[in-house]
Design a protein around this ligand. Structure first.
Ligand SMILES: Nc1nc2c(c(=O)[nH]1)N[C@H]1C(S)=C(S)[C@@H](COP(=O)(O)OP(=O)(O)OC[C@H]3O[C@@H](n4cnc5c(N)ncnc54)[C@H](O)[C@@H]3O)O[C@H]1N2
Ligand code: MOO
Length: 440
């Protein structure tokens, strides 16, 4: 089956989260009691983060954001009849018989340049020199390009007859004032931003980019470039998450690694809220004795921690913190777990905050190039390489399935979904795949 964008199956996100689980959703039988499904946890998050309030933003800042309201053109484009060529404005009738052998000679009664013209008219039997974009003089109904003339100054010999209307760009032939040129929800790219600017919009109404504070936790973490003791490692996650946040179109505030001291974590978190629409943490949420995120946030009573039936990414948390009621998504510390959890939970939340739908990456169907075994009870996100060959979409699992294997993760450009109840996918099967890094 060719690569498609069918947002099919159980990955299709609820675009308008409701307060109850959608009717008809079946909990896979193999999921052990006590674990949430991926959809359960995602729904809690999507219900807890609303779209940010839209405001007028500078045009270029709106790149990648959806337009909040229909945009009705206040003006015509082109604004006025103007020349499409450098040449001479004439009355077509006057030069109807012009040929190379028998050119028609007309007096040149004026010259109009783009941005340097006054209202101007020509009488029958005369011509005006005109440049591309300059307003057409009244009385003219064609433009003869320089190449069909002797380029004369006081008089011009025209040696090819133009058709009526030739090289004239009529007012409103592209956009008519009063028409809706972009509808609410249109994601603004270079073409749309160019159009809005051409229509005189200095600002445009869009939801802002969410500001995301990223905290990683762990006494073992050091910034890249810093000295490592024998038991320390570099903080990969906060960089990865900051990059992922930016790729999603949001603003990342990466705070370096915070120690496992609950007092320190609490203080840093509270200090950061002033610039956060969302906080994302990594690490410190499983069963460890110093799981600082879980320990600190549980005490607040507003953040819930769960195990989710997925691999990687089993430990998860979500809630709101302090007086600000800032949403916080707590991700597991293993690098691959943090990445996959970002894709599955944080990306949809950011898209919802920005007003972008769909929230979740559409699924692609691809032919599997090797067997995959899976233990039941958790949905697997298998790191894989996706490509489109002359025979269609193909996906190949990458070796290195450990949640800590960020080397293998960096080889991947896709995640194969193995359902909770599935124990094997076989070479040649058509499998559900999330193709990463693809705009949607
Ligand atoms: N007894 C149990 N132990 C664990 C369980 C469990 O159910 N019972 N779950 C495992 C799973 S699954 C995961 S995932 C991890 C999640 O643990 P935490 O979220 O508490 O994360 P940490 O313990 O802080 O770290 C895990 C691992 O990742 C490394 N790490 C953490 N932060 C970073 C970072 N910013 N950059 C690079 N590497 C990072 C950390 O050093 C650990 O190796 O728990 C399992 N354990
Ligand atoms: O669920 Mo953990 O995220 O597998 O390593």
């Amino acid at each position: 089956m060719p690569a498609g964008d069918g947002a099919s199956g159980d990955e299709g996100a609820p675009d308008a989260p409701s307060s109850a689980a959608p009717a008809g959703r079946v909990r896979p039988a193999s999921i052990p009691d006590g674990l949430l499904t991926v959809e359960d946890h995602l729904e809690k998050i999507l219900r807890g983060v609303g779209p940010l309030r839209a405001y007028d933003q500078p045009l270029v800042e709106s790149l990648g954001l959806p337009l909040h309201e229909d945009f009705v053109s206040p003006i015509d484009l082109p604004r006025f009849d103007n020349s499409g060529m450098d040449g001479y404005a004439v009355l077509a009738e006057d030069v109807r018989d012009a040929t190379r052998e028998t050119p028609v000679v007309l007096p040149v009664v004026g010259e109009v340049h783009a941005g340097n013209a006054r209202p101007f008219a020509i009488s029958p039997g005369t011509a005006a020199k005109i440049m591309t974009g300059a307003p057409l003089p009244r009385g003219a109904d064609a433009v003869v390009p320089f190449e069909h003339t002797d380029r004369g100054g006081h008089k011009v010999a025209i040696h090819r007859a133009p058709t009526e209307g030739q090289s004239i760009r009529r007012a409103g032939d592209d956009v008519t004032a009063g028409t809706t040129v972009l509808t609410a929800g249109t994601v603004l790219g270079a073409r749309e931003i160019g159009l809005l600017a051409s229509l005189g919009a200095a600002r445009v109404s869009a939801r802002p980019r969410p500001r995301v504070v990223i905290l990683s936790t762990g006494n073992e973490l050091r910034d890249p470039g810093a000295h490592l003791e024998y038991d320390s490692i570099y903080d990969g996650n906060s960089y990865m998450l900051a990059a992922a946040v930016r790729s999603a179109g949001a603003i990342a505030y990466r705070v370096g690694a915070v120690s496992d001291d609950p007092k320190v974590f609490r203080r840093v978190l509270s200090d950061q809220l002033v610039r956060a629409d969302l906080v994302v943490t990594s690490g410190g949420i499983s069963q460890g004795e110093r799981d600082v995120v879980k320990q600190t946030l549980k005490a607040l009573g507003t953040v819930e921690f769960h195990q989710v039936a997925m691999q990687p990414g089993k430990p998860q948390g979500f809630g709101k913190v302090f007086d600000e009621q800032t949403p916080i998504i707590t991700l597991p510390g293993n690098g691959v777990s943090a990445y996959v959890s970002f894709e599955v939970f944080v990306l949809p939340a950011l898209r919802r905050m920005m007003g972008l739908t769909p929230y979740r990456r559409p699924m692609v169907h691809a032919v599997l190039a090797a067997d995959i075994n899976s233990s039941p009870g958790r949905r697997q996100y298998v790191r894989a390489h996706f490509e489109v060959t002359h025979r269609g979409a193909k996906v190949t699992p990458i070796s290195g399935a450990g949640s800590h294997q960020v080397g293998a993760l960096a080889q991947a450009n896709a995640l194969i979904i193995v359902g909770e109840d599935e124990t094997a996918l076989n070479l040649g099967d058509t499998v559900r795949t999330l193709v990463l890094d693809r705009p949607f």
